[in-house]
Design a protein around this ligand. Structure first.
Ligand SMILES: COc1nc(N)nc2c1ncn2[C@H]1C[C@H](O)[C@@H](COP(=O)(O)OP(=O)(O)OP(=O)(O)O)O1
Length: 202
């Protein structure tokens, strides 16, 4: 059956090549009135990716990229570079890789997360108050003594889009969660690969 490329969820736009979706049949996307802007950055070097084990706050004990809120007066890219420096101690030539929209219970706003990636960095990777950085293999079987990406210790559905970051394919996606904070579970999700970066137009 051909894909219906007009099914992009509310809050996203893009020039789609293909998508994946899942969740409870017949469930609806949540309504939201506000958006809060965040960043999340990944350094990918050959078959290695740098993740951080979050030590406090939202997503504590999960592995993730490095990022946080975009402060007033900052661009998203400036915020991404600042957060990478604060949380992992490094500078990197970050490039925009994707946009994610996450909704969860208890708030009437959506997380809009600009995803960035870089193939190189400068400085020394260092643990911070917020994150403990750790290299993982991008290969499912691990490589060079590194474990594979610990998807079971990450936000659910990360497995849908992190391979796109690694493969450098532009994407947009949305996941709506139900339940309390860090214990929330996705009930509906959708991730689409875009033809080109210009298609990021949310
Ligand atoms: C499914 O939901 C999420 N999945 C993933 N992979 N990442 C998420 C999700 N929801 C939020 N995030 C990311 C976005 C940011 O990178 C962090 C949260 O940022 P944080 O709350 O730590 O923001 P800071 O500005 O660093 O906070 P402080 O005020 O504590 O410094 O998680």
């Amino acid at each position: 059956m051909p894909e219906d490329l007009n099914v992009i969820p509310p809050g996203l736009k893009g020039n789609l090549v293909h998508y994946i979706s899942g969740g409870e049949e017949g469930s609806l996307w949540k309504e939201y009135t506000n958006v809060r802007y965040y960043t999340n950055a990944f350094v990918v070097q050959g078959q290695k990716i740098l993740l951080g084990h979050k030590k406090r706050g939202w997503g504590q004990e999960k592995y993730n990229g490095f990022g946080g809120k975009v402060d007033a007066g900052e661009t998203s890219l400036e915020a991404a570079k600042r957060e990478l420096k604060e949380e992992a101690g490094i500078d990197a030539p970050l490039e925009h890789a994707g946009i994610l929209l996450f909704l969860t219970d208890g708030v009437d706003w959506a997380f809009h997360i600009d995803i960035y990636r870089a193939d190189s960095y400068s400085g020394e990777v260092q643990e911070s108050e917020e994150m403990k950085p750790e290299w993982f293999s991008t290969l499912p079987e691990g490589t060079d003594g590194l474990s594979s990406i610990p998807y079971s210790k990450m936000w659910e559905t990360d497995e849908c889009w992190l391979p796109l970051v690694i493969a450098n394919k532009p994407f947009v996606g949305r996941a709506d969660f139900v339940g309390d904070k860090d214990k929330s579970k996705p009930y509906k999700w959708w991730y689409g690969v875009l033809k080109d970066e210009e298609a990021f137009d949310v």
